[in-house]
Design a protein around this ligand. Structure first.
Ligand code: GCO
Length: 474
């Protein structure tokens, strides 16, 4: 069987997020985000690392865009910092904040790089968290829409691809179940309510996007870990079905069909954990169908049955010590199990390129939408040796996943782009700089910003070649 080529105009890219790269945490009128406040609390992050400087992309964006151009990148996915635009979360926009993104977007366009703009990558204005609890209050819907419409009006003429919410599933699971992201709550009812408001905010903003940017494309980025059953035993198959509904379709069905998956909703209603759904909410959700699904793919997860008094949600591995991640699950429904067929990264994430092909096929047939890989990559301890980083492990990882993309395209999946995570090394939210993902090494660590010099890794030159021949060799 002949593998299909990547389509013409395929968006070969790489990605970042404002908090993880920009630094300049209080420059030019920027307000505080929840992460600025959270990282000041002792013990929240590895060695107390924070985004005050990060990799100083705010001041070095021109140098970074020049490296993107050298690499031949066709797309750059970045996020806008909401508190840079609205220091208090709402009101009158901060012109200096908007001007920064004008400069960045214009530099990208001047180099033939398509901007892919993420509206929300977790850096909620602290003012809104303090005033009404952020995502836990319905006032967030109007405030988020106001922020988004401000960006639609300002950038709608030059940005075609927009990502609505980044990894709502992962971020809010950390924020309201694991207690590892702000506001560090552990309460399932509050978790589902915060998600419900995020869904309403997402759909409301997408409806506004239709008016303001009619020629644009918008979709969420979802942290997608396709589920596998640990065995073909019916109890494991049922656990797998439960996990698909609770860990994937809860978000994807709601984004794409405007309704919650039925078995999961019935279970939550019986448990008293369902979100408060008001009259009119369903109509709002149905009006927010995206144009594409952004897929953040790192791994598959394998599930087995879980007893009623069994395993609950567990903290994730933030140490990079292999084999330390405990099983995690919901009693009576499912829990994770090791997959003996797969190797893992130092953070215990399974390495599964075939799982990417399977996942892309599942999404394409269930939702009948184009797909864009908005993140995929390998977080590892990198070593700078004599001014070089020989990251052959990253090249292997990326090559095998791009091959899986090509196979998925041959399977008929409408895949429009691939944004590797990440372009430069970036601040990991919880892991500091020990877990690096970039094509470009940054000379700094958690406590010392050092020179912040940009040093292309071996993977940089490899990806440059992939882009130059449109992926013909993967
Ligand atoms: C980390 C994470 C992030 C996420 C990204 C999700 O180490 O902090 O891996 O980099 O992948 O922000 O969208």
């Amino acid at each position: 069987r002949q593998l299909k080529d990547f389509p013409d105009g395929f968006l070969w890219g790489a990605a970042s997020a404002a908090y993880q790269v920009e630094g300049a945490w209080n420059a030019d009128g920027k307000g505080e985000s929840v992460w600025d406040v959270f990282t000041r609390e002792p013990g929240r992050t590895f060695k107390g690392s924070n985004g005050e400087v990060a990799v100083d992309h705010y001041h070095r964006y021109a140098e970074d865009v020049a490296l993107m151009a050298e690499m031949g990148m066709k797309a750059y996915r970045f996020s806008v910092s909401w508190p840079r635009i609205f220091p208090d979360g709402r009101g009158t926009p901060n012109e200096a904040g908007l001007a920064f993104y004008d400069r960045l977007i214009d530099a990208l366009l001047a180099n033939g790089i398509e901007p892919v703009l993420t509206l929300y990558h977790w850096d909620l204005p602290q003012a809104l968290q303090a005033e009404y609890g952020g995502w836990e209050d319905r006032r967030i819907i109007a405030d988020f829409a106001h922020y988004c419409v401000t960006l639609f009006q300002r950038f709608g003429g030059k940005v075609k691809y927009w990502v609505s919410l980044n990894e709502q599933n992962y971020n809010l699971t950390n924020a309201y179940q694991l207690g590892t992201h702000p506001p560090a709550v552990q309460d399932r009812k509050r978790f589902f309510c915060a998600n419900h408001h995020a869904f309403l905010a997402n759909a409301t903003m997408i409806a506004a996007f239709r008016q303001h940017v009619p020629q644009g494309q918008i979709g969420p980025s979802f942290a997608y870990s396709p589920a596998y059953p640990a065995s073909s035993a019916p109890a494991d198959m049922l656990a797998f079905e439960n996990a698909e509904e609770f860990t994937n379709y809860w978000w994807l069905d709601t984004y794409c069909f405007g309704r919650y998956p039925q078995a999961a909703l019935a279970h939550l209603q019986a448990a008293g954990e369902a979100p408060d759904i008001l009259p009119g909410d369903e109509a709002i959700l149905r009006n927010g169908r995206p144009d594409f699904i952004g897929v953040n793919y790192y791994q598959t997860l394998t599930f087995t049955e879980n007893s009623l008094d069994g395993v609950t949600m567990q903290r994730i591995n933030t140490t990079g010590q292999k084999g330390t991640t405990p099983a995690s699950g919901v009693p009576g429904l499912y829990k994770t199990a090791p997959n003996p067929n797969l190797t893992t990264t130092n953070w215990d994430w399974s390495i599964d390129p075939t799982g990417l092909r399977i996942g892309l096929r599942r999404l394409a047939s269930r939702y009948a939408l184009p797909l864009m890989i908005t993140e995929n990559g390998l977080g590892e301890f990198d070593q700078l040796e004599h001014g070089k980083v020989h990251d052959s492990y990253r090249i292997d990882y990326l090559r095998s996943h791009l091959h899986a993309c090509r196979e998925a395209i041959t399977d008929g999946v409408d895949l429009i782009g691939y944004c590797a995570w990440s372009f430069t090394d970036i601040l990991s939210w919880l892991n500091g700089y020990q877990k690096r993902y970039g094509f470009v090494y940054i000379d700094r660590d958690e406590t010392d910003a050092k020179t912040l010099q940009r040093i292309p890794k071996d993977s940089f030159y490899w990806y440059q070649g992939v882009i130059a021949n449109n992926g013909a060799d993967v």
